[in-house]
Design a protein around this ligand. Sequence first.
Ligand code: PLP
Length: 352
Amino acid sequence: MTDARPVPTFADVTDAARILAGIAHRTPVLTSRTLDRRTGARLFLKCENLQRAGAFKFRGAYTALSRLDAQERRAGVLTYSSGNHAQAIALAGRELGIPAVIVMPTDAPAAKLAATRGYGAEIVSYDRYTADRETLGAALARDRGCALIPPYDHPDVIAGQGTATLELLDEVGELDALFVCLGGGGLLAGATLAARARSPRTRIYGVEPAAGDDGQRSLRTGTIVHIDVPRTIADGAQTQHLGHYPFAIIRDGVDDILTVSDDELVDCMRFFATRMKLIVEPTGCLALAGALAQAGRLAGQRVGVIVSGGNIDLDRFARLTAPGEDVDPRCHAVGTSGTAGPPGSSRAASGS
Ligand SMILES: *Cc1c(COP(=O)(O)O)cnc(C)c1O
């Protein structure tokens, strides 16, 4: 942690809820008799795929930007991301009149570039194979004198993400178990702050792709484990390590971290689309896949599932869900437009 700010608490989550009132969508909580039959439990799905800009990331981005002072607002903000955090920062910047610079790889998908530009952000391109986005982002932020808002390792981002779980608990009451999609840990850390305060007996589970089990290993060893960019269709969870702020909360507050396969994510994408009429991106399916894998242990329980996002091109959605298709993560790494990065490249990080 370079900045000396304290680890956020539940009070920061309730502050964020006030900031977001009337600005972020209060997303619906859906239930499914089919899921309840399959698990013997009562599942409550918090649908952040229906959030503004298509993912919970808007909550953290808007919270962080609205906490900047007048001078910081004039100077603008910068982030590095090719995914949902980029669009969230761009949209939050437009809403608050704060100029946003997004550092994106030169080979980011055209649709993502267009969406980010469409919200009025400036895009700075870099070559993901020769440059490191974190170093570049930090240098650029310093040169331009603007605030750097990373996708998960930031107190205000975590507090904002926690409001999704706060709303869920406000709406349905206490839960026996809660399943949360896990990348760098901002969403899970925020969920933990909210659940520990409002529903203290809830068992909290993070769910990450089997190909990137750094979170599970970190929880079990008690220190942040670093890995190579995982090969998975869950592009929002291709993070190489948990953030320091998230880990400080997750380490003590989370019961376990589970992993699921890409095939299980595809099964959930199909289920969401055919039975619930929801488009959910692969990363957004992690929590439901984790809950289904635990089905035997959930009988009779009240279970929360955070459905984290729905941003996926229709052609990729069709390819992944086509009957009999083999899931090949190399063809779906975010920003690679169908080409795999060099083996072992740790620079192809897309994270979130
Ligand atoms: C960013 C993201 C995640 C992971 O969130 P973290 O805060 O990095 O753990 C999960 N799902 C979606 C859809 C995301 O965009």
